[in-house]
Design a protein around this ligand. Sequence first.
Ligand code: SF4
Length: 556
Amino acid sequence: MSAEAWIIDGYVDEPACLGVPPYISPYIRTVAGVLVDHQYTVRYCTIDQIRQDYGLLKKANTADIAVMIAGVTVPGKYLGGTPAGYTDIRQIGTSLQKPESFIGGPILFGSSKGGGSQAIRQEEFGFDNLLHGSPAHALHSFLSDHQPSPWIRSYADEDRWAVAGSSVVTQHPLYPLVLCEIETSRGCPHAISGGCSFCTEPFYGEPVYRSIPGVSNEIAALYAHGVRHFRLGRQPDLLTYQAGAGEFPTPRPDILRELFEQIRSAAPQIQTLHIDNINPGTIARHPEESMEALSVIVTYHTTGDVAAFGMETADPAVIEACNLKGDPDMMLDAIRIVNEVGAQRKDGIPHLLPGLNFIAGLAGETADTYRLNQEFLSQVLKEGLLIRRVNIRQLMPFEGTRSWNENSLPVDEKRFRQFKEDVRKHFDLPMLRAVFPRGTVLRHVIIEESGDTSFGRQLGSYPILVGIPLRLTPRAVIDVVVVDHGMRSVTALPWPVQINSLPPKVLTWIPGISRKNQVKILAKRPFSDTIGVESAAGVSFPPDYFTFTSPEVQAP
Ligand code: SF4
């Protein structure tokens, strides 16, 4: 019998406005590959599974090796799974008595209760060994010669381990409803001038890029194990994939095209292909090449995609003090360009929109910073530009970054809250109405929480939270139609709308129907066609809006 190794997944790397899609990070898969290479049978579980069933930890305690990956790189609220906190990790570390135990991931950079306080670096997790740097490389060194590894920047081994460890995805509790994040590079070109003051990416130095076969072979292996949802994440700027030297290199659309073509041929029936970070400073400095590169993405990706812009602030004083990527005019230019290429719709959904990240508490911040941020967002609205989401968080300084010593913490809580509320009410709400107008059909929403109102999301980058005023089966996958908007979510009904079976109080969600006509609808049910509904409702509907048969819910 081969030796057994457990991987405990307590890691989330996701800006956290509305939650996290269920996903497995590259750390987990490459660590699994190392364990497979060293002839271990790999068992995998998430921190949430352990919280629900302590017996899992007992089982892990009988293994030969246990590896935990933990930490968050972006503080915030996580609805799709709560990342492991320091107390969780210590409890697990001290409980693992029999196996040789390892811990790695961003937790080694530090942890805190959330934004607004420093991330304190801990070493006392109760684990036998710390996996510094690349967890896969560090684990491989321990298993080979019991020595901590030097920092290895090349992807040669990780590419191999990513393929060898790909089958671990089948053990994810939500498999096959799982998104695999695919790393394309590490390190940031902006590190040449020191990088942004708050960011840990410059710790990795100047960029090292994965090869196209490295990426496509990993995707082919995951695809062969049934994965259909991918995001090219874990890189500071996908536009500069394999671009030349310099602090803001010029995008190479030809290389990006080759990358996306290879991905598409490795995963012909792919259902989600999204991206993550794009540096708006790249777009503003190289508008033509960026437009071409963005067009390549729009050609090969799937709709509903988000280019996350770390703009952080619209205050020139903060930009200067923190060496950020560009001034507000450049950010606005970048937003315009992404809109020009990506705001076109397919099946009612915009292809690719910017997402904006703001950070409060950076050096140089004053009360005026918030006014400038608000003015910036007003300008975006005024120009009719679309933004998929705005993420506002407080700085969580990591040791080793300039922000550790230079910051404006604690932030003026009152002003910070006002800013957030103002954005929610006066920006997010009109923007959601513009991005997902009533009548928009959202496909393949996965129900995550059931109740009088059930909640679900699609798999992808920053999927919108969908509230459905019906008790639905968790993990059901349904299409829905948007009927109303909250500040950070939409209300929707299963689509096509089951007009003959909807409970009376849910009928009230169908837009445009007066209370009097709702009574008429109830009296005249069952309907057999849309014309009948329209005559009772006094409103017209798209021909495919209703179904007149029994509800159908696709099994996961
Ligand atoms: S925030 Fe982005 S551009 Fe700035 S240092 Fe980090 S990765 Fe580089």
